[in-house]
Design a protein. Structure first.
Length: 365
């Protein structure tokens, strides 16, 4: 089911088809190996007694498929304005799911001694067509085509996307998407990692109508792109070692509602971190996947440009332009620290770039 550009082909990375052994040489020290000497022989594990990480494709899986349904209605005013409203729904079935089927469940002893396929084997990343997704969205778009020097387009989407694994791909990051409980991936059914409940976008352009007789005042244009959207969902996690389990996507218990009212949220405390607790006795936590949301996004990119033409046929032209990215210098904060093992849990320590200004000029002749 995999193998496209940038995606690893699973089975070829198993012994005996693939084995990696690293040699590290430290600077400023006498090298252990040189180009004139032979490299040490590889000790390849036996296929009958494999070690390390393995990959497994579930045999007999049926093909993935998706279904889409939609409804749309449009109304036009003359030749310059259009209103478009519609609904789109999709369903994805038998989608790619990655699961570590050799993960030791929670316990009180060393996890390596409780792995289903033995401690000599690390992760056994199984790929199966067992994930599912659904999307429902209402969409509205209004467009005014360029008329009398004014153009704008705005779109609004109200939607919800649900799945039990958002990025089930065979790459280096897929391990982080494995379900908390390898034996029950349905417990990870929640809003998708990329779900954005509300999204408003738009673009505009305005050719200034004044100063037509002045070479300095005419032919100016202001344009821009803006976007407003709900923040991304995220999970509160803990180290799987806290419950002596294998994996990297373990969640704690939720002892009470953790979301804070908007008036009480700050970058120092975005959610109630005391609402989560490490399970005792050791068990998978009952906090849901993607339980909370990070701050939303608000951004405006604007530009101011002018075109100056000269010569008898006006074929020579100087174009000057100023671009202002995040023109309002609005702070768009990242996802809060979401590990109960961190003393900074609930605080926000990252943000997108601030205002950036770019000036340019181009001569055409």
């Amino acid at each position: 089911p995999v193998g496209a550009a940038g995606v690893l082909n699973s089975m070829q990375f198993n012994t005996p088809f693939y084995f990696r052994q690293d040699i590290t040489e430290f600077p400023f020290l006498a090298p252990s190996y040189t180009l004139s000497s032979r490299l040490p022989s590889l000790t390849v594990p036996s296929p009958e007694s494999p070690t390390g990480d393995l990959r497994y494709l579930v045999p007999g899986d049926r093909n993935q498929y998706s279904q889409t349904w939609s409804f749309d209605i449009q109304h036009a005013w003359g030749t310059s304005m259009l209103l478009d409203a519609g609904y789109v729904g999709t369903s994805g079935s038998r989608l790619l799911m990655t699961t570590n089927i050799n993960a030791a469940p929670p316990g009180v002893t060393d996890p390596t001694t409780r792995r289903p396929y033995g401690g000599a084997i690390g992760e056994v990343r199984a790929f199966s067509n067992s994930a599912h997704s659904s999307y429902n969205g209402a969409q509205v778009r209004f467009e005014r085509r360029m008329t009398h020097g004014v153009y704008f387009l705005t779109s609004y989407t109200w939607s919800k996307s649900i799945d039990n694994q958002s990025t089930g791909t065979d790459d280096s990051t897929a391990g982080g998407q494995s379900p908390q409980n390898p034996l029950n991936a349905s417990l990870d059914r929640a809003v998708s990692n990329f779900d954005r409940t509300h999204r408003l976008t738009g673009s505009f352009a305005w050719t200034l109508p004044f100063g037509r007789r002045s070479i300095l005042l005419r032919d100016w244009q202001i344009s821009g792109i803006f976007e407003l959207q709900t923040g991304p969902p995220f999970s509160v996690l803990m180290q799987c070692a806290d419950i002596d389990a294998d994996g990297n996507n373990c969640r704690p218990n939720l002892v009470r509602p953790s979301a804070m009212p908007a008036a009480g949220q700050s970058i120092g405390q975005w959610f109630d971190s005391t609402a989560f607790a490490i399970p005792s006795p050791a068990a998978y936590g009952d906090a849901g996947r993607n339980l909370l949301r990070a701050p939303g996004l608000a951004n405006l990119d604007a530009s101011v440009s002018k075109s100056i033409a000269w010569g008898a046929d006006a074929r020579r032209r100087l174009r000057i332009r100023g671009d202002f990215f995040n023109a309002l210098n609005h702070a768009n904060f990242g996802i809060p620290v979401n590990s109960v093992d961190s003393p900074a849990i609930g605080s926000i320590t990252t943000a997108a770039s601030g205002r950036t200004i770019q000036l340019s000029a181009r001569m055409e002749f």
